[in-house]
Design a protein around this ligand. Structure first.
Ligand code: PRX
Length: 640
């Protein structure tokens, strides 16, 4: 394995936006000691309908960025480029799983988004109303998001892999009035029936008045008269002109639900001006975006990566990007490399879990395509193991492309720690240094900065423009979750350490959050899905290291009296989780146990179960357990 530091090539450096470490240091210093100057300069590259009074008003934990400014995020992602003479530039190069192709210019994007915005208005949606979007990876998903932004509606996108219960929970919390969906989407050649899932979700009490359905898969769906309309019946018949109104910089842009330590996901709230600036600036510098780049982020718009680095960041930069509907392995694991060759992709951003699956699929599939158009690679979502990094660097980057390992979260809105590719040496497995304006530190329990090599809690000590503004309808949880470990510092929830070069290594979550194939899930969510089954009295869920997925889900379940362990029951329990959360949460292993390791106050010691599934044993002190013999019993059950 080649663990040596990798420097950008002279060619890359010469053309990079930031090409020397001194330049980074100087700008970084300015961004930390004089953030107003730094952010005002960057923000002034965007279109504001009314300038701000102050760059930042900060009363921890509440931040207001670009106060009293008026801005339209959709205008910045579309109209700004048309005014600059780039209306004919391609915004989106879309490829469907079945091979269909669409090319959408910025001018066409304006027409499509304006029409959808006018349809939303005609349906009575006004600024501040919530719109739930549950769509496959088709351009209409981006149109829907940008249409909301255009009229000040607040979107809440739900990943197409989530089940009906997950949608109804989000509808109940967000009080969305309208849903945008499609009849279905394609995934590995199969139709995923999205409208049917929406119908099921709408069996629960809700405030939804209208459902707009894009026709993609044509398998036939039920349409409820008075509530449901086809996209193709509404959109072509309205005006393609929807002037952009300016909204307050702190006007909500979207709510995105993400998993935490409780059974219910929390609605992370992002607002307009700061989020726009954060995604614009990080895309520009970290992806070193240039006018002639072809950029491709393989995420789904249902996750924060799709929001920030498919929709808002790249489009705010006027980039040309590839959007692909389907799975990386359809019809085989060569699909991504074919797409890179077909569209001459120059910047490619994906997840470590995908890279590990590609390694397993074999190099032959890569060799079939000419991927020499690539100049920059990125990763996101989980720590990348050095073996995967090394393969990505040599096999995909062909030793020529810097890799930006980008650390960030739904809550941070934009990338926080990552190399700037033209000026930093990279290391396999390290996200390296904080981005401009990000005052990251690693603290011990007493709040002291950890020494080199010591693992502690990652914190951010100053506000940044794209930070979350709260948990929707739950200010108390917002304070407790993120701002209570150390006064006025944002606690990330990840462990980290700094090496002798000051580079940051993320060591993983410190809380009960799982990372399955880069997808974030709470142990408590899976546990509450399991106890919904009649047979289950109690459940404990932990993550176990997995070669491809990073982590897999292992559940320990206590049955109610009258129920017996059987293969059939295990299948039913797995199906229960799929039904209430979605296939992404299906446990890999379920063990029926007579008890769980609990403290005397009744708290489940998941830490012990985690060690047990990882190593097959439990070391250390178990005397605080209510019944320490349960550990040996569980070890025997797992070993069977
Ligand atoms: O644990 C970190 C991990 O993913 C978490 C955030 O998950 P989510 O909000 O779903 O956003 C994922 C996409 C930004 C973090 O707390 N994570 C994300 N990126 C990295 C990472 N862990 C290590 N290295 C990364 N580059």
């Amino acid at each position: 394995m080649d663990y040596s530091l990798k420097s950008p090539s002279i060619h890359f450096k010469k053309n990079a936006r930031i090409s020397s470490i001194e330049e980074y240091q100087e700008l970084y210093q300015e961004s930390i000691t004089n953030p107003d100057t730094f952010w005002a300069r960057e923000a002034s590259e965007l279109a504001w309908q009314k300038p701000w009074d102050e760059v930042l008003q900060w009363e921890a934990p509440d931040a207001k960025w670009f106060t009293n400014a008026k801005v339209n995020v959709s205008e910045n992602c579309i109209d700004r480029h048309i005014i600059a003479g780039k209306g004919d530039k391609t915004a989106i190069l879309w490829e469907g799983e079945l091979g269909e192709k669409r090319e959408i210019s910025y001018k066409q994007l304006q027409v499509e988004v304006s029409r959808v915005a006018n349809v939303l208005k005609a349906k009575g949606i006004i600024a501040g109303d919530k719109v739930l979007i549950y769509m496959p990876m088709i351009p209409e998903a981006a149109f829907a998001m940008l249409a909301c932004a255009r009229i000040g509606a607040v979107h809440t996108v739900v990943f197409g892999g989530f089940a009906a219960d997950a949608i109804s929970d989000r509808l109940a919390d967000s009080q969305a009035k309208l849903i945008m969906t499609s009849d279905g989407g394609y995934r590995r050649g199969k139709v995923i029936e999205l409208k049917a899932v929406v119908d099921k979700a709408l069996e629960q009490p809700n405030c939804v008045e209208s459902v707009i359905v894009f026709e993609r898969t044509k398998q036939g769906v039920d349409m409820l008269v008075g509530r449901d309309d086809w996209y193709h019946d509404l959109v072509p018949s309205v005006s393609d002109d929807c002037p952009t109104q300016g909204f307050d910089s702190e006007h909500p842009l979207f709510i995105l639900y993400t998993s935490g330590s409780t059974g219910k996901p929390k609605g992370i709230l992002h607002t307009s001006g700061g989020y726009l600036v954060g995604t614009y600036v990080t895309s520009k510098y970290i992806f070193d975006l240039k006018d002639d780049d072809i950029y491709w982020c393989t995420a789904d718009v249902g996750w924060i990566t799709g929001h920030s680095y498919i929709v808002y960041g790249p489009l705010a930069n006027g980039a040309t990007q590839v959007m692909y509907e389907g799975a990386p392995n359809y019809p085989d694991f060569g699909r991504f490399w074919e797409i890179i060759e077909r569209y001459k992709v120059s910047i490619f951003y994906t997840a470590p879990t995908a890279i590990r699956a590609f390694i397993k699929a074999g190099d032959d599939l890569v060799d079939k395509s000419d991927i020499s158009s690539l100049r920059l690679l990125g990763t996101v979502g989980e720590p990348i193991n050095p073996e995967a990094w090394d393969w990505y660097y040599h096999k995909i980057g062909q030793g020529n492309c810097p890799i930006v390992d980008t650390w960030w979260q739904t809550e941070t809105g934009a990338i926080m720690i990552a190399p700037l590719p033209g000026c930093m040496d990279t290391k396999p497995g390290s996200a390296t240094l904080p981005f401009f304006g990000i005052d990251a530190d690693i603290l011990d329990e007493q709040g002291n900065t950890c020494s080199t090599g010591e693992v502690g809690k990652l914190v951010i000590k100053q506000p940044w423009p794209s930070m979350l503004r709260g948990i929707y309808k739950n200010p108390q949880r917002f304070k407790e979750q993120y701002w209570s470990d150390y006064p006025n510092y944002y606690t990330v929830g990840d462990g980290a350490m700094r090496d002798e070069d000051g580079c940051i290594w993320i060591t993983g979550r410190l809380d009960d959050v799982l990372n399955i194939s880069g997808h974030r899930l709470g142990t408590a969510e899976v546990e509450s899905a399991l106890v919904e089954h009649d047979a289950v009295s109690e459940a404990a869920v932990v993550g176990k290291p997995h070669d491809i997925k990073g982590e897999s889900i292992v559940a320990f379940v206590i049955l109610k009296d009258g129920f017996e362990d059987s293969d059939e029951l295990i299948i039913k329990l797995k199906a229960q989780v799929v039904k209430s959360i979605g296939a992404l949460a299906r446990p890999d292993e379920i063990y029926i146990v007579p008890g769980l390791p609990k403290t005397r106050s009744g708290k489940i010691m998941r830490r012990l179960l985690k060690e047990l599934v990882k190593t097959g044993a439990v070391t250390g002190n178990v005397t605080t357990l209510e019944d320490s013999s349960i550990i040996d019993t569980i070890i025997d059950i797992v070993a069977l």
